[in-house]
Ligand binder design. Structure first.
Ligand code: SF4
Ligand code: SF4
Length: 245
């Protein structure tokens, strides 16, 4: 699997900080943003090559970065490759945008491997490991989503509609009238009854907020109360009535 890192934007909202320096290479807590991503993905161990898509203005910075990452692995067997693709644009007005940049990199390098596509300027406070294992098990194109209740943020987001199998059946970009957030049930947050739970994972798979983690093999069930929106889906789908609200 190759990891395609989108890094061809101009981050104009961060000017003057990013006027002459690419945002993904800015340091956060002593380490470039892009390295937080790359280190997490490398630790998962399924990616054998990283491809950074840069604009022409910042390509030199990314090449320096790629050279320095490559030199860390010199002579070690199975080390990942680091490649930079220059999309040839030099201004925000002429940028290709994410989708055309992906197409440009795929066609320029003749990529026919599975691809993990990530934005190079995001700091994540979680590992991508779960997403990669989910996508590998599904053997289908997958995207990450999260539950957002804030109406202002929803107006600036792409909103997906999913069916009961988690398939995307609709998508709207930055809607003027976003769908209303799920009303929390008045009966509170879910509590598991371990004596009834068979760790089937139905509840975690139907949780729109990603608040539940169930590990079938380890027989563990945990709830992130801060993420739970109290929708009651887990309670509804549990075949053993092992959830109490
Ligand atoms: S759906 Fe019910 S039985 Fe299955 S893991 Fe969740 S709580 Fe346990
Ligand atoms: S109540 Fe809703 S949000 Fe909370 S854990 Fe259950 S399914 Fe997830």
């Amino acid at each position: 699997m190759k990891c395609l890192i989108l890094a061809a934007g101009y981050a104009t909202r961060l000017y003057p900080l990013t006027e002459n320096f690419p945002k993904p290479l800015l340091k956060v807590a002593g380490k470039p943003i892009i390295d937080w991503l790359v280190d997490d993905i490398m630790a998962i161990g399924l990616v054998d090559g990283f491809v950074v898509i840069s604009n022409h203005k910042f390509a030199r910075h990314f090449r320096d970065w790629a050279d320095s990452r490559s030199s860390q692995f010199e002579r070690s067997e199975g080390s990942p490759s680091f490649t930079v693709v220059d999309d040839g644009t030099s201004t925000n007005e002429t940028r290709l945008g994410a989708v055309r940049d992906i197409q440009f990199a795929v066609e320029s390098l003749g990529l026919d491997d599975n691809l993990l596509v990530v934005a190079g300027d995001n700091i994540l406070d979680f590992s991508l490991a779960d997403f990669i294992s989910y996508a590998s098990a599904k053997r289908a194109s997958c995207i990450m989503r999260y539950y957002e209740a804030d109406e202002k943020r929803l107006r600036k987001s792409g909103i997906v509609e999913i069916d009961s199998e988690d398939r995307i059946v609709g998508m709207e970009e930055k809607p003027a009238e976003p769908p209303k957030p799920v009303e929390p049930r008045p009966d509170g947050k879910p509590v598991q009854d371990p004596s009834k739970c068979i760790y089937c994972t139905f509840c975690s798979r139907k949780c729109p907020a990603g608040a539940l983690t169930v590990d079938r093999a380890a027989k563990t069930w945990s709830l992130d109360e801060d993420m739970c929106i109290g929708c009651g889906n887990c309670y509804e789908v549990c075949p053993k009535k092992a959830i109490v609200l």
